[in-house]
Design a protein around this ligand. Structure first.
Ligand code: SF4
Ligand code: SF4
Ligand code: SF4
Length: 249
C-alpha cells in the first residue's frame, strides 16, 4: 500500500487509547507516522477528509444516533480498524448493560435529559463491518504498530486468538490459582504477553475473550478454584468482555 490516508475517530470512550497512541516518546510510532498521511484526527486537527484508506475507531457504539456517523465513516473508508476494548468488544462501558439504574446512579435528577440518552454499550461491529481489531484497555501500541505495518506491506495482520495462559506458560509464570488467587487468562485473548500474571496480578481479560470461550467452565473455575461466589464470578467474567450471560447481582 502506498502512503495511505488515515483518519482517527472516537465514540463512547475515555480516549485513553488515543492518549496511548499519541504518546510521542515512542520511536516506532514516530517511524510509523512517516509512512501514513493523517488527514482527520479530532484531537489534533480541525480538517475533515473525504475518502480514507484506513479509519481507526475508538469507543463503543452506545447511542442509536451514532449509527449514522459510523455508517458514514464506513462508507468512505477502505479498511476500518476498531482500536481499544471499547470499540473492539464494548469494553468497560458494557458493564452498564447489566445495571438498569445506571442513568439515575450517574446523572441523578438529570437522568432523563435528552442529550444523556444512551442504550447498552456494544462493539462498533454491532453497527458496521469491522476489518480488524486492536484489543486491550488501553490497546497495545506495539500491536497497533504491527497491524498497521502489516497493512502497509500488503500483508494480512494476524490477530491472536489463543488464551493468555499460553503466553503465561511461555513466560514460566506461576499460575495465579496456585497462589489462591483468580484469573481469566484461560479464555482471555492473548497478544499482550501476559504482563499481569507476570506481575502477580490476575488477568482480567482486558483484551476480551478468544472467539469461542468456554465461559461456563471459566465461571466454574472461578468458583471452585478462585473461591468466588457465583454472582461475583459472573460479574468478573464481564469486566471488559461484554459477556452478556450469567446471573446479575
Ligand atoms: S479501551 Fe480502555 S483506555 Fe481505551 S478508550 Fe476504552 S476505556 Fe479508555
Ligand atoms: S495465571 Fe492466569 S493466565 Fe497464567 S496460567 Fe494461570 S490462569 Fe492462565
Ligand atoms: S494479561 Fe489479561 S488483563 Fe493483562 S494485559 Fe493481558 S489480557 Fe489484559
Amino acid at each position: 500500500m502506498s502512503k495511505p490516508k488515515v483518519g482517527f475517530f472516537d465514540f463512547a470512550s475515555c480516549e485513553g487509547c488515543q492518549i496511548e497512541l499519541t504518546n510521542f516518546g515512542d520511536v516506532a510510532f514516530l517511524e510509523l507516522i512517516n509512512h501514513i498521511d493523517i488527514v482527520e484526527f479530532r484531537e489534533a486537527m480541525s480538517e475533515k477528509a473525504g475518502k480514507l484508506d484506513i479509519a481507526f475507531i475508538e469507543g463503543s457504539f452506545t447511542r442509536e444516533s451514532d449509527r449514522k456517523r459510523l455508517e458514514e465513516i464506513r462508507k468512505r473508508s477502505a479498511i476500518v480498524i476498531a482500536y481499544g476494548a471499547c470499540a473492539a468488544t464494548g469494553g468497560i462501558n458494557a458493564l452498564k448493560n447489566h445495571q438498569h439504574d445506571y442513568h439515575e446512579c450517574v446523572y441523578g435528577k438529570d437522568a432523563k435529559a435528552p442529550h444523556l440518552a444512551s442504550n447498552i454499550a456494544l462493539p462498533i461491529s454491532a453497527a458496521i463491518k469491522v476489518d480488524y481489531s486492536v484489543y486491550g484497555c488501553p490497546m497495545s501500541r506495539d500491536e497497533f504498530i504491527r497491524i498497521v505495518s502489516h497493512l502497509l506491506h500488503d500483508k494480512q495482520p494476524i490477530i491472536p486468538n489463543h488464551p493468555v495462559c499460553m503466553e503465561c506458560k511461555l513466560n514460566e509464570t506461576i499460575c495465579r490459582f496456585h497462589d489462591g488467587d483468580h484469573c481469566l487468562g484461560v479464555v482471555a485473548r492473548a497478544g499482550c504477553g501476559a504482563p499481569c500474571p507476570k506481575d502477580g496480578i490476575p488477568c482480567e481479560a482486558c483484551r476480551g475473550f478468544v472467539s469461542t470461550p468456554n465461559v461456563d467452565s471459566l465461571v466454574k473455575t472461578l468458583i471452585n478454584k478462585g473461591g468466588m461466589h457465583s454472582s461475583r464470578a459472573w460479574n468478573k467474567s464481564r469486566m471488559f468482555t461484554n459477556n452478556q450471560r450469567g446471573d446479575v447481582k
